[in-house]
Design a protein around this ligand. Sequence first.
Ligand SMILES: C[S@@+](CC[C@H](N)C(=O)[O-])C[C@H]1O[C@@H](n2cnc3c(N)ncnc32)[C@H](O)[C@@H]1O
Length: 272
Amino acid sequence: MKQDQIEQKTDSIGIREQINLASSRLHPGTIDLLAEMYGANELYGTNGNGLVTVNKNVRITVEQGAMMHKLMRSYSVRRSLEIGFAYGFSTIWMLDALQSRRDAMHVAIDPYEKSHWHGIGLTQVKRLAQKTEFEWKEDFSIHALSDLIRKGEKFDFIFIDGNHRFDDVIVDFYLSNQVLWSGGLLVFDDMWMNSVRAATNFIVNNRSFEVVPQPVENMLVLQKTHYDNRDWDHFISFEVLGTAKITKSPPPLLSTVTNNIARLFRNLGKSF
Ligand SMILES: C[S@@+](CC[C@H](N)C(=O)[O-])C[C@H]1O[C@@H](n2cnc3c(N)ncnc32)[C@H](O)[C@@H]1O
């Protein structure tokens, strides 16, 4: 066995214990799979070109996966959706929580799953022992969610972990909300980011969602309390975090300059 293989094996033994401690309800085959995934420096994708080096920052933590798993089980979730598939860490936790639920299904949206992530998430889903209906949508969240809205699809658990810019998070929220049952859970990753915190501050202050208390700081769990019934002009200010970047006043538009010259010429009795 090569040194890096020995290291990966030792890693996965420690992580196995961590996973076992964090979640007692995972199926045995899933524990093996997650331990290997969290311990690995390289994983197989779908392109048949052998092992691919993984970026260990691109995944939810064991603590977070275990909390999402617990929430999905205690809320008896049958239909879940996630934005941001990548290597499939969150996907495996979520699929395991759906196992043994009748008519369960999970949708993962990610336009870059094959082109950027080498299909590693798809490979891990195939390795999962028990099969739950699973669909990968190779599309941007705006398009995939709009299609689901048109089809009248509904979900009871949605995990938002796609593009993390403020406006992308807001749009993902806006569209996800329309396919979320009242009473359903909406989960945001990466609460360390000001963009995500500002977006969720808007939601908590303006929309019919309540915070579900849970201990994982990097994640926010919201429960939809009822459908949208705000007046057309409803708006409650919310805290925007981080220092604002103040730009200097923009130069006057060319049309403003031309208009001013035209006025001057008119005043002088000349045409322009
Ligand atoms: C942090 S990773 C997701 C990690 C994954 N949830 C996990 O825990 O294993 C973010 C993912 O969002 C995807 N993404 C970026 N922009 C997106 C968009 N507009 N729609 C859907 N997915 C997007 C990226 O390709 C990337 O795979």
